[in-house]
Design a protein around this ligand. Structure first.
Ligand code: PAF
Length: 275
């Protein structure tokens, strides 16, 4: 595995890569969800490129940027084992030199749900991913379904700005009790971790209520009551999978989305509804 810490070195390594190139952007703290993305890229592409960059621009000042889990050495070993050909691991100065001043505004698709609770988040995600796509110029971009709104925002980025890349969404990997894998799960204490599966249960409850013919509002009420009373619900809704506009869940494809706080840790999750 070649490791590039500068844009120039990444481009040099990329020039030697066989096509198609599959690209998996990450912020490190790798778990089985990331490994599934890397495996999907490895299976379909001649070369696999990953990035490791904890992007300060997508964290608000009160969020967890400084304590976001970092394990550069462990991550590097996992990237290597997953068959990554080139790892792009820039520092913040390489991505955002002091005179950096150009940002990608994502519009209404990123204004609701995660975007409403984390106002500059998707601007930071779209800006860094646009820059990463320009550095790597991959043929396929692999994203995890767990961050469903992020996938919708980035699909729109690719379409609106005509990036020459195909976007592949890889299904969420879950623990045995249903909890979606996330680097932030390690913030949960034992009690919070034991309550965390209730977010997935809430989504499943909404899905089965909708499938049995309940109206959306009733289905959402039943879902909310499946959440642990110790958790604080940020939102639970059904949205169109492409636009993230509210949906009644009866038109395909949709996501049932939820976010809840367990102590100080926010978890998000979703189920895709195909009709
Ligand atoms: O999903 C993530 O880990 C990040 O938002 C991403 C896509 C790597 C951009 O920093």
């Amino acid at each position: 595995m070649r490791i590039a810490t500068t844009i120039a070195a990444a481009r040099e390594h990329l020039a030697a890569c066989a096509r198609p190139v599959g690209f998996v952007p990450t912020m490190g703290a790798l778990h089985a969800g990331h490994i599934a993305l890397l495996a999907a890229a490895r299976a379909a592409c001649a070369s696999v490129v990953a990035s490791l960059f904890v992007n300060p621009m997508q964290f608000a000042p009160n969020e967890d940027f400084s304590r976001y889990p970092r394990d550069a050495q462990g991550d590097r070993e996992q990237f290597e084992r997953a068959g990554v050909d080139v790892l792009f691991a820039p520092d913040a100065n390489e991505m955002y030199p002091p005179d950096f001043s150009t940002y990608v505004e994502v519009g209404s698709i990123g204004a609701s749900f995660e975007g409403a609770l984390r106002p500059a988040h998707f601007r930071g995600v779209a800006t860094v991913v646009a820059k990463l796509l320009n550095v790597i110029a991959p043929d396929v971009l692999y994203l995890g379904q767990k961050d469903a709104q992020q996938t919708a925002v980035l699909r729109k980025l690719v379409a609106d700005l005509a990036f020459n890349v195909r976007v592949e969404i890889v299904p969420t990997v879950r623990e045995g009790d249903g909890v979606a894998l996330s680097s932030r799960n390690q913030y949960l204490n034992e009690r919070e971790r034991s309550e965390a599966p209730s977010l997935h249960r809430a989504l499943q409850t909404v899905e089965s209520a909708l499938r049995s013919g309940a109206a959306k509002e009733t289905a959402l009420e039943r879902g909310a009551s499946a959440l642990s009373p110790l958790a604080v619900l940020d939102y639970l809704d059904v949205v169109d999978a492409d636009t993230f506009a509210p949906s009644d869940g009866l038109k395909a494809p949709a996501y049932i989305i939820g976010a809840a706080r367990f102590g100080t840790t926010r978890l998000i999750d979703n189920l895709r509804v195909e009709r």
